[in-house]
Ligand binder design. Structure first.
Ligand SMILES: Cc1cc2nc3c(=O)[nH]c(=O)nc-3n(C[C@H](O)[C@H](O)[C@H](O)COP(=O)(O)OP(=O)(O)OC[C@H]3O[C@@H](n4cnc5c(N)ncnc54)[C@H](O)[C@@H]3O)c2cc1C
Length: 361
């Protein structure tokens, strides 16, 4: 989409491959940004106020100049593929990509049912097929897994002007567990039950916990479930690199923030950089990555959660209790200053973080 909108790729041949057409509303993306964004036309809802809740601390926070935005997967896919279909130079092929390799001057792309032979010179491959890396004894792999219900209530039950980004009041027996609530109207909201743990739960457990949360914490008993969503996002200290066999993008290229699972905005930033580099003819090998210190912070938090050194609900409570929401959002965006980071780090329990940080060095 960024290539198309730049107008600089007209006539360049682009082969777009995916296993199957994107016809399902298979995910809901939330993220925050300050101004109008590249995909604002498909933003389904946005909120200036968000709340954080835990047993120790609760706050409704005005996050301006940020807005917390939500895009429905299906709207995003329709919007992008309608635009893509208008481009004569983009060919869309649905197939399972098996592998690609170089043969002299050619690039051989093997799909389940056919092969493509392309000129290697001047051809770029961008790959978003994520395969977990090899595990070693220092590997940490947590899963962020969640189930969401889009519910319609009999009576007005939500404040459409305010989303709940984290509600930790629920039990923490499985590990770091919270709910979030994205209200679309007074009678409709997407309610998601989320965990950061090593293993998934049995399927019926998510439904049970969602039902409990809606009853006990939202105080709602009369409702119908309109849609459901389930997702798993890897949270890992695995090393990702952009350059490999092709250029690695998206989650496969390390754009998932290991300590939060947020990915959407990191993908947007990286995509824009890639397009800018291609337009100006810069070498993609020099594409800047996020400063290494953010990876260090992420890995430190992952270590703490993975080894149960501190409970996740306590850490996030301290984070939101002791810092301004805008500072926290900037920090989670990898855009904070070192000064801000020192303040944020000092708001967290020193000893466990110090010990975990030393393990990362
Ligand atoms: C349910 C869900 C909700 C999420 N919500 C948020 C959120 O609120 N905020 C946020 O920031 N992030 C969120 N994420 C994380 C992240 O933003 C998404 O996973 C995002 O879609 C990642 O983009 P991607 O391009 O890396 O991978 P994908 O969107 O998964 O794209 C990879 C593509 O590769 C295709 N593919 C895979 N293997 C092959 C193959 N062998 N051959 C051909 N094609 C193949 C797949 O079909 C897919 O289309 C969510 C993830 C999920 C699963």
């Amino acid at each position: 989409m960024r290539m198309i909108r730049s107008g600089k790729f007209t006539g360049k041949k682009i082969l777009l491959l995916d296993k199957e057409p994107k016809t399902k509303n298979d995910r809901t993306w939330c993220f925050w940004e300050k101004e109008n964004g590249f995909f604002d036309e498909v933003v389904y809802r946005k909120w200036d106020r968000v709340s954080f809740l835990s047993n120790e601390f609760s706050s409704a926070m005005n996050i301006t100049p940020y807005q917390y935005k939500m895009i429905r997967g299906i709207d995003f896919y329709q919007y992008c593929f309608t635009e893509i279909a208008k481009q004569n130079s983009i060919e869309m092929v649905y197939a399972d990509v098996k592998k690609w390799e170089y043969e002299k001057d050619d690039l051989l792309l093997r799909l389940n049912d056919r092969e493509f032979r392309l000129f290697a010179t001047g051809t770029h491959i961008f790959n978003s097929i994520y395969k977990p890396g090899e595990q070693n004894k220092k590997s940490i792999r947590l899963l962020q897994h969640f189930k969401g219900w889009l519910i319609e209530t009999a009576k007005p039950s939500f404040d459409p002007a305010q989303a709940t980004i984290m509600d930790f009041r629920m039990h923490q027996q499985h590990g770091t567990t919270f709910a979030y609530v994205l209200p679309f109207s007074a009678t409709s909201a997407l309610v998601e039950y989320t965990l950061f743990t090593k293993e998934l739960l049995p399927p019926e457990e998510y439904d049970k916990e969602l039902g409990n949360y809606i009853h006990s914490f939202l105080g709602i008993d009369e409702y119908t479930v309109q849609e459901q969503e389930f997702g798993v996002i890897p949270m890992t200290n695995e090393k990702f690199s952009f350059a490999g066999n092709g250029w690695q993008i998206g989650t496969a290229g390390g754009q998932t923030k290991a300590s939060s699972g947020y990915t959407f905005q990191f993908i947007q930033k990286q995509s824009q950089q890639v397009v800018d580099y291609l337009i100006t003819g810069k070498n993609l090998n020099y594409l800047p990555a996020a400063p290494k210190r953010f990876r260090f912070y992420d890995n430190t938090l992952l270590y703490i959660l993975y080894h149960n050194k501190l409970a996740g609900d306590k850490i996030f409570t301290q984070l939101f209790k002791k810092n301004k929401p805008r500072q926290v959002l900037r920090f989670l965006d990898n855009e904070s200053s070192v000064k801000d980071e020192l303040k944020i780090i000092s708001s967290l329990p020193t000893l466990p973080f110090l010990k975990a940080a030393l393990r990362q060095l």
